[in-house]
Design a protein around this ligand. Structure first.
Ligand SMILES: [Zn+2]
Length: 215
């Protein structure tokens, strides 16, 4: 079989299939440069360990290099005996497709929908969903939700919802929204504080049940 025979069949494919085939051939002929990954790992190392390398499990600085695995430097902690690499405990640790993360970030920032992202990156929708949560958790953990300068805040109340729970044990279940038993604000409500600063950073947090106290 020569290329002309293959190309002859090519035009019989629907347009979307043609695109997929083209992408597959392109990926085979010009494998994605791994440079961006190497750079990314370098940057991660710089940021994470800017104040010196430390064990991600126990915080000890008594560590040494312990070989490489899949081109990632590994370290071992002399105190707790556990090992880690530059990406351990970061959102992209354990991922099989580090190079897809860069594109994922970009698309997430651009507001592309999860099914679209999954299709483009050829990952499962549940993987896309899982990644998004990893990213959001990571953003929250590095304190993107701190406010500066002049802050305005207000609170709002929602009836407690146990939607999705198999059984509600601490009170009688309500049917479709329903109403609170007591009038006004009571322990049946969940209070949420919303605050924003003059830079447009918004923070919202569950404050607890019932009327909000100064704390
Ligand atoms: Zn340790």
């Amino acid at each position: 079989m020569d290329w002309k025979a293959v190309y002859g069949d090519f035009s019989d494919l629907p347009k979307s299939e043609q695109h997929s085939l083209f992408q597959a051939i392109k990926d085979t002929l010009f494998p994605e440069p791994k440079e961006d990954i190497a750079n990314m790992v370098g940057e991660i190392r710089e940021v994470r360990f800017s104040s010196g390398l430390a064990c991600v499990h126990c915080g000890s600085v008594n560590i040494k290099r312990n070989g490489k695995y899949r081109s990632r430097q590994r370290y071992i902690c002399k105190d707790c005996g556990k090992s880690f690499n530059d990406m351990t405990a970061s959102p992209i640790s354990g991922t099989h497709h580090p190079h897809k993360w860069l594109k994922y970030f970009q698309m997430m920032v651009d507001g592309v929908t999860l099914p679209k992202i999954a299709e483009k990156l050829e990952i499962h929708v549940s993987t896309a969903f899982y990644w998004r949560h990893k990213i959001l958790i990571a953003l929250r953990s590095i304190g993107f939700s701190t406010l500066k300068g002049i802050i305005e805040s207000d609170e709002t109340y929602f009836l407690e919802s146990n939607k999705g729970k198999k059984s509600v044990t601490h009170r009688k279940p309500r049917k479709r929204c329903g109403k609170a038993k007591k009038r006004g604000i009571s322990k049946e409500q969940i209070s949420v504080v919303v605050a924003h600063d003059r830079n447009g950073n918004v923070l919202s947090k569950v404050a607890g049940r019932g009327r909000i106290t100064a704390d």
